[in-house]
Design a protein around this ligand. Structure first.
Ligand code: G6P
Length: 460
């Protein structure tokens, strides 16, 4: 059994003394694979991402069951920043400002050649590592060409591809040059099974195949859906460790009490500072709530965690700056000596995220588009007293959680402000009932079972 992904389960940092420290990553795939483990012969092929990782590869340092590929840094940058994150991610999340973007010129063609080389490096490593008839699970938009390349090298293998993103609607997918659109689809169709987080993304992929390739899905490729859920046991245990308790106390201090002495209500959001997460419109909606409903002033705090992401891309740096600017603007316009309307934290801290989940009265999850969105699934599991989920209908999680959420159109700032008001007003009894149902739906397919279900589905 092999897994392939750009970001692996471990990363190395290099200190001034030249010492390497390994840090294990979190996430569904990591806990899923730990159910199988290196002792069963499982191998995870991933990319070296920073100086620490590259140094580890050079020194021959590795973790059992992990093979890190030291792909030339410029090639990796073109493939990861240029094609994967600036083109494929933008297409699937519909992020282009279309009067000026995208432009597919000579620079793009050069980056595409790097993307092919990067995918080929993975295919070669997998072909080398895989035992006869092994199962190979290829992950995400970084590696869409791998299934076909690997099939040509090793026809004996059972190959699955899993998309963790949404899939673009046909009209938007066809922004890509025709030959590239066809290569993306044919690449994935090299797999025995192409799988997605929701039926909606699976259907969009099928429609793109019909529109771009004519004959559509070849009979050799099956389409599947596996809706990754939250890991209830891990989250419940982890969120009751002492460091989380300490952070809850610190957050309570920052949130403070309303003029009548009751604790302030909290609207929580936790995201990577990611364009598709729609953090700016979330802040605009909160500003409108304070404007239209002055009764909430001094009585509510928006706790927003926006963790750094993809800072090599200028558009992400600009977006991060806009999030900070808007939070400052709201604080200076409405804040009082005893009340900070927006508490923004930008340093990644998982224990503090869990603390905020436990405290939240309302969780705001309003992405423009999102493959699933695990925050929406984690909050109801961890919440102490029930939390109202304000959820974008464009998140994959909407399929499972929509019924018990307050649903928003992510572009509709005014509508989101009204939804926040409704959520804050919801009676505690109803809130607790909904949270219970949300938690049950959110944990239906925990990471280990999600992973094993993909493996089972690949069985001959
Ligand atoms: C999304 C993608 C993942 C990716 C993650 C973090 O969830 O589907 O493949 O690893 O974002 O992004 P990064 O660029 O930091 O790996």
């Amino acid at each position: 059994m092999l897994v392939a992904s750009n970001r692996g389960p471990v990363s190395y940092t290099l200190d001034e003394k030249g010492e390497l420290t390994a840090k294990r990553g979190g996430g569904g795939l990591v806990s899923g694979l730990s159910a199988i483990g290196p002792e069963a012969g499982a191998v995870w092929v991933c990319s070296a991402l920073g100086d620490g990782d590259r140094e580890a590869v050079r020194r021959g340092v590795s973790e059992p069951g992990v093979r890190m590929l030291d792909i030339d840094a410029a090639t990796h940058a073109d493939a990861y920043n240029g094609v994967a994150n600036s083109v494929l991610w933008f297409v699937h999340h519909m992020l282009y400002q279309t009067p000026l973007e995208p432009v597919f010129d000579g620079e793009f063609r050069r980056q595409w050649a790097s993307y092919e080389a990067y995918n080929r490096a993975f295919a070669l490593a997998l072909a080398e590592e895989a035992a006869q008839d092994a199962a190979v699970l290829v992950q995400d938009y970084h590696l869409v060409l791998v299934p076909r390349m690997l099939r040509e090298l090793r026809p004996d293998l059972r190959i699955g591809h899993f998309s963790h993103t949404p899939w673009a609607p046909v009209e938007y997918f066809r922004l890509l040059p025709d030959d590239i659109a066809a290569k993306v689809l044919r690449g994935i169709l090299g797999a025995d099974r192409a799988a997605f987080l929701t039926q909606r993304w699976a259907d969009a992929f099928t429609e793109c195949c019909h529109a771009v390739l004519g004959p559509g899905i070849p009979s050799g490729t099956r389409i599947g859906v596996h809706g990754l859920g939250a890991d209830a046991d891990f989250l419940r245990e982890r969120s009751h460790e002492p460091d989380v308790g300490e952070r809850m106390a610190a957050l309570r201090e920052q949130i403070g009490t309303a003029p009548d002495g009751t604790p302030r209500r909290t609207i929580v959001r936790v995201d990577r500072t990611e364009l598709s997460k729609n953090i700016v419109r979330g802040l605009l909606a909160y500003r409108q709530l304070l404007e239209d409903r002055p009764e909430w002033r001094e009585r509510v705090v928006h706790v927003a965690f926006a963790y750094p992401s993809r800072q090599d891309l200028a558009v992400y740096r600009d977006y991060t700056a806009e999030v900070r600017r808007l939070a400052d603007e709201i604080n200076s316009r409405y804040g009082t000596p005893g009340w900070t309307p927006v508490v923004l934290h930008v340093k990644d801290d998982f224990a503090r995220s869990l603390a905020a989940y436990r405290l939240a009265d309302v969780a705001l999850v309003n992405p423009i588009r999102d493959g699933m969105n695990l925050v929406a699934k984690e909050v109801p599991v961890v919440s102490d007293e029930g939390c109202v989920l304000v959820l974008s209908r464009e998140a994959g999680a909407y399929e499972e959680l929509g019924e018990d959420s307050v649903v928003v159109n992510p572009y509709d700032v005014g509508g989101t402000a009204v939804a926040l008001h409704e959520a804050l007003e919801m009676p505690l009894g109803e809130r607790a009932e909904r949270t219970k149902r949300l938690a049950a739906a959110a944990t239906a397919l925990p990471p280990t079972r999600w992973f094993l279900s993909q493996l089972d589905a690949l069985a001959p």
